[in-house]
Structures are given as C-alpha cells and as structure tokens.
Design a protein around this ligand. Structure first.
Ligand code: G3P
Ligand code: MG
Length: 352
C-alpha cells in the first residue's frame, strides 16, 4: 500500500472501493479461519479499530439472525463486525414479510430458522421441528432419531391447531438437518395445500435461501448444500404429484444479491470499535466506483459477480470449492489467487 489507512482517516476521505467476502471456503472452513482471513480483515481497519474500507460478508449460508452471525464472526476473526455487514442467503426473506406477516409459515434448516424469521417480522412461524412434533406418527423414522432441537415454545399444548390451520408458505432458511423428515413433511404440506394428512390442495409457495449444490465445509471435499436438498425434494415431489414443484430460490448468483450488496456498501459509514459512527459529512455521497467480490465457488460467486457487471471485479481463491491451477473454464474470475489475504493485498496495493 502506498498510503497508511490512518491517513484516510485524518483526511476524512472515503475510499472509492468496497469489498464483498464470501464466507465458507474463503474466510472460514467450518468455524476455522482460513487463508489468513483475520490478518486480511484487520487491514481494513485502522490502529484504533475504526473501519476504513467498506466491506461486508456475502454468504449463501445462514441459520442464525444477522446480529448473532455478526457477533460470531467478530469473535472468530478478531474484528468488529456489524449486523449490517452480514448478508446471508435468507436475508431477502425480510422483503416477504408483507405477504405472510400474519399467516402460518414453516421454517426449515439448521440453527434457529424460526428465530430468524421471527426477527424479520413474521408473526406466526413454526420451525419444522416444532411443526412436525404436533402430528403423531408423521415421521415413521422419528423413534430412531434424536429429539427435536428448535422448538421455540415451552408450552405443553400446541400453539396452533395445525389440523385445521393451513400452512401458507414454507421457507428453507438454512441447510436442512433431517432430510428424510423434512422431505416427507414438506411433501405433505405442499401436496395438501398446507394440511398434512388431509385432502389434496393447491401448493403453497416454497422459498429457498440459496441453491448451492455443494460448498466447502471442514471436511476435505465439498459437502452437499441446499441445492442438493432442493433437487431431492423436487425429484420426489414430481413423482408423487401431478403438477411440478413450484419454488423460488434466493442467494448468489442472482443479480439482485449483488445490487443489494452494492447498496449496503455505499451506505456503510466508518465506525469505531464501540460502534459509534466516526463522522458523516462527505463519508457518504459518492457511490463506490470499484466493488470486489472474493469467492471460492465459480458457479456461484464468480458467475454472480460477472452477471452483475460493472463495477464488480471478481477474485477466485483456491481455499474452497475451486482448487485449479489455472482459471475456471466456464466462469473465469478476473483474478485467481491462493488466499483471501492475497486478494486483499492486491486490492489495497491497487487502490491506496
Ligand atoms: O451453507 C453454506 C453454503 O451454501 C455457502 O456459503 O459463504 O460459501 O456462500 P458461502
Ligand atoms: Mg463459499
């Protein structure tokens, strides 16, 4: 870098670029930082811990509210991450509150899917764990499994009469844990119009937070993601139901995800360690002229940045799904680097 970051601070000068970091396979594998990610991120703050370079995390993962993910990331990476810097696969579900605010909905996936949806403002949410627990024998394999872990109410009687109240929509918030139970009960909900065990009805809307076929977790080779679950559910549903499954998937590589990231980066203000905005004034105003996406998945991160076009520039790291020596053939990145730290060094060298 030609200038120290602190100089940007003294001059109250806002950088003209921003960075979007993928998480799995770039920043973390499981809960373990990779590619010198803590060191790389620290370069985006000055010595006092004030954020100098607008950046956010743009992940297709999720399962916990953005505020909780921000605290987890802060702890794992040793920098102060704000909830507004965390965009997860399910973050766009917020926009659907007006359609389903007071309707019974079911939330599926690892972590706390029902809490995520409740925080977004959905008022009648049941996790799949809780919903399934209201039906005797709905999952014939249940006696062979561990007990459910995301029941949000401790009340002994059901909160809703699920034998007469229809489920109006199902949201796959994060990677499903119990595929057999979730596919079984989702087929029940979807083929009956929201009343398992009852007559056939119109399919309620079904939303997926993302459609990743595979992603990089702690294991040495890729793991099956939400897209794999979607294929399994869709193949089965289409064999047992006359009409093909209708669904909507969110997440990268959709162009709106990159547009939304651009808007958030443009609005991020420098902030100090105690989350106080350091200064406004000219901090906001000029839109960022360069945006960098650092990802590990060519078909998701790189394809998305390519489709988004100017001013996005894509980096493909070798720490996750992609491991090639050369660039990816079908979705070549603007630059292939070994690690996220290499990408950040390149950006800072070029921009400052
Ligand atoms: O489940 C997470 C995975 O599908 C992708 O996460 O951070 O690589 O977009 P990320
Ligand atoms: Mg990734």
């Amino acid at each position: 870098a030609k200038r120290p970051l602190s100089q940007l601070c003294t001059n109250h000068e806002r950088p003209s670029f921003g960075i979007a970091f993928d998480i799995d396979g770039v920043i973390l594998r499981g809960r373990k930082p990779i590619g010198n990610s803590p060191q790389a991120l620290r370069k985006l703050y000055d010595e006092s811990g004030t954020l100098k370079i607008p950046f956010l995390f743009l992940t297709n993962g999720g399962g916990v509210p953005e505020s909780k993910r921000a605290s987890e990331l802060s702890e794992l990476l040793g920098v102060n991450v704000l909830p507004s810097q965390v965009v997860q696969g399910h973050s766009p579900f917020k926009k659907l509150v007006k359609s389903f605010e007071n309707e019974l909905i079911v939330a599926i996936g690892k972590g706390e899917p029902a809490n995520v949806m409740a925080e977004y403002g959905f008022k009648k949410v049941l996790s799949m764990d809780e919903y399934a627990s209201y039906f005797d024998n709905i999952d014939p394999l249940a006696p062979y499994k561990m007990s459910p872990n995301d029941i949000t109410s401790t009340a002994s009687s059901p909160r809703y009469d699920v034998s007469s109240e229809r489920v109006q929509a199902a949201f796959v918030v994060s990677d499903p844990v119990d595929w057999s139970r979730d596919i079984q009960v989702l087929c029940d909900i979807l083929r009956t119009g929201g009343l398992p065990g009852k007559e056939i009805g119109h399919q309620p809307p079904l939303y997926f937070a993302a459609d990743d076929l595979e992603y990089q977790a702690a294991f040495s080779s890729e793991r099956l993601g939400m897209g794999a679950f979607r294929i399994a559910l869709e193949s089965i549903f289409n064999r047992i139901h006359p009409d093909a499954l209708q669904y909507t998937s969110f997440g990268k590589p959709h162009p709106f995800v990159f547009k939304n990231a651009e808007n958030i980066l443009n609005q991020l203000q420098p902030f100090s360690r105690d989350n106080q905005v350091v200064k406004d004034g000219d901090a906001i105003g000029h839109p960022l002229t360069s945006l960098y996406m650092i990802g590990d998945n060519p078909a998701v991160d790189i394809k998305g940045a390519q489709q988004a076009g100017h001013p996005w520039f894509s980096f493909l790291t070798r720490t996750g799904v992609f491991r090639g020596n050369e660039n990816h053939e079908k979705y070549p990145a603007d630059l292939v680097v070994d690690t996220v730290e290499d990408a950040v060094n390149y950006i800072l060298d070029k921009e400052i």
